[in-house]
Ligand binder design. Structure first.
Ligand SMILES: C[S@@+](CC[C@H](N)C(=O)[O-])C[C@H]1O[C@@H](n2cnc3c(N)ncnc32)[C@H](O)[C@@H]1O
Length: 246
């Protein structure tokens, strides 16, 4: 008997007990190609708030920004603290965190994929507005959009000098009509320092919205947004929105 196909709020192992493997599963070097466009969207270095900063791999390439990194997972923040000791780290939810200060830019990179419910996106947008200076920029980088979505399988992973290594297969399933999410199954093969290989299955449900849904959600944010643009971003879209100066 199979479980009903509904989105679930999994305690993702990738971001909890498997977090120490993150640098071998998705190494910082793999983000290098994205950085020039992210910099172009974020604007000149200033005060940057990243929501859902994970292991800080993107942030590690933005060292000339004054970075505050927020993530829900203490285990991922621990990875980021090792890589980015010069950043401020805060364990909190992007839907509700209030730091009581404002920034030149707010970035929500691939962590945005974990917002499935449009109401959660709205909460994140309210969070972003609460932390943006007038004229400040919000950059969102969802990995996929409904308009061009196709199921896929990818693999990756690297070795560490200490003998550990990780390999994974990411299986993105077909998205069902009318649903705002897609199911992603991961198989991780994790080689420990003593040569023991552990195999782990982890399931993630990820948000999947069309460009027009994104436009609508940003329009609903109209007390603060004055313009927003979308550009192709891999299989997804890079969204840049600016807070009104009023
Ligand atoms: C793919 S990882 C981000 C990796 C990151 N781009 C990097 O450079 O290392 C996704 C992250 O989103 C975080 N996350 C998911 N939902 C969140 C939420 N509601 N608030 C804050 N962080 C969240 C997870 O804990 C996880 O660390």
């Amino acid at each position: 008997m199979h479980q009903e196909y509904v989105p679930e709020d999994y305690a993702h192992r990738l971001y909890t007990d498997l977090a120490p493997w993150w640098p071998l599963i998705s190494p910082p070097e793999e983000y290098v190609d994205e950085i020039p466009r992210l910099r172009g969207a974020l604007g000149k270095p200033g005060r940057l708030l990243e929501l859902g900063s994970g292991g800080g791999h993107v942030a590690s390439h933005l060292h000339d920004y004054d970075r505050t990194l927020v993530d829900l997972s203490e285990s991922m923040l621990a990875v980021s603290r090792d890589l980015n000791p010069d950043c401020r780290h805060v364990c909190a939810d992007m839907r509700s965190v209030r730091l009581g200060e404002q920034f030149d830019a707010v970035l929500v990179h691939d962590a945005i994929d974990y917002l499935i419910d449009p109401e959660d996106v709205e909460r994140m947008l309210i969070t972003a507005a609460a932390h943006l200076d007038p004229g400040g920029v919000l950059v969102l980088a969802p990995d996929g959009i409904r308009d061009t979505f196709a199921p896929s399988t990818t693999s990756g992973g690297v070795d560490a000098p200490d003998g550990r290594g990780a390999r994974f297969c990411e299986w993105v399933h077909e998205a069902r009509d009318g649903e705002n999410f897609v199911r992603v199954d991961y198989a991780f093969m994790l080689r420990h320092g003593d040569g023991y290989v552990e195999v782990v299955h982890d399931r993630h449900d990820c948000g999947l919205f069309s460009v027009s849904q994104w436009q609508q959600m940003l329009t609903d944010w109209d007390d603060v947004v004055i313009d927003s643009t979308e550009q192709a971003w891999g299989e997804g879209v890079l969204i840049t929105a600016r807070r009104s100066r009023q």
